[in-house]
Design a protein around this ligand. Sequence first.
Ligand SMILES: Cc1cc2nc3c(=O)[nH]c(=O)nc-3n(C[C@H](O)[C@H](O)[C@H](O)COP(=O)(O)OP(=O)(O)OC[C@H]3O[C@@H](n4cnc5c(N)ncnc54)[C@H](O)[C@@H]3O)c2cc1C
Length: 356
Amino acid sequence: MQVDYIIVGFGLAGMAMAKELEDKGHSFVVLDNASQVSSRVAAGVFNPVILKRFTPVWNADEQLENLVPFYKEISQRLKKEYVMYFETLKVFKSIEDQNNWFMACDNPLLEKYMNPKILKNKVHGVQYFEGFGEVKGTGRVLVKKMLEDYTTYLKSKHQFLSDSFEYEALEVGENHVTYKNMQAKKVVFAEGYGLKENPYFNYLPLTGTKGEMLFIKAPDLKLSEQIKSALFVLPMGEDVYWVGATFNWTDKTLGATSKGRKELLEKLNSMLTVPYQVLEQFGGIRPTVKDRRPLLGKHPIHKNLIVFNGLGTRGVMIAPTAAKKLYQHVENNQPLEKELSIERFTALYPQDVSHI
Ligand SMILES: Cc1cc2nc3c(=O)[nH]c(=O)nc-3n(C[C@H](O)[C@H](O)[C@H](O)COP(=O)(O)OP(=O)(O)OC[C@H]3O[C@@H](n4cnc5c(N)ncnc54)[C@H](O)[C@@H]3O)c2cc1C
């Protein structure tokens, strides 16, 4: 079999690359082994404001501009709607919180997203402190459903293999690669935290941050907005809420833990004043990088091996823009911005294994 590209991994990064390649008329095959689940457990929220510090997300305007048509086109391709819009309400715990909010509202990068009026009306079932701040332009992509449907779509076109990519079976030539019975011009590696197993790119400083979350049922909590207090609580429909998430920099195991559950429940109990029932708990490892920027680009030696990783805590927002830029870089040699390119880590590439 001959294709233009092999894509390894089908989370948000692999999917964004698959869309870009399909849009531009390239042939490709995807391999995914379901070993990482970050995209599948994510809330799927996009939000241009970092609510911990009231600062703008890096390049938020550009990312939101690309996000809307990107997910709309996927919706058209798969004939389903995957984007929902809602407001986000930030709970103010103190007058200082309110003051910081007012100050941030004056930031020209934030004023279009932040409502300077403090909302004093109470939200039923949510602990009231000093009112709420409202963020506009937020919403959610139904990532898990979208990935499932996209997988079915690609399978119907014989472009998806539920299989592990075995790195030792890859033969890298000057202008093409051979992988088992396939020949391809290029391979895009989009394995999320699974990149750690990739001998070509595991020199990159992917730290990985585990996140755990809960699904709860709370019939008395009639939220239509997302609430941010000690945790995010967002409505999923039929009285079910996504609740999360934890941040753990040391635990690299997959799956839910009792420690994670305890932390989530303690925080949730400080937020809600109505009863709830825990339905499920999940965990996944976010592919985070210390400098909080993606890892995009060509291998230092083998230019037909490409990496698409480092989407961190905001894959939904950044994946469309990152895919677009990576494609232009790989196919049309357009330079990548310094902050996105793995060239910023070339010094980490181990010279003694340059034969890889
Ligand atoms: C609890 C939690 C909540 C989150 N909430 C949000 C949110 O609300 N909004 C947001 O924007 N982001 C959120 N994130 C972050 C978001 O999930 C990530 O930014 C994004 O999903 C990363 O996508 P990815 O494709 O790089 O990695 P992944 O989703 O991990 O996908 C990598 C894929 O590669 C596959 N793979 C790995 N190795 C191999 C191999 N050798 N062979 C074949 N396949 C392989 C894996 O099976 C996996 O399917 C959250 C993350 C967590 C954990």
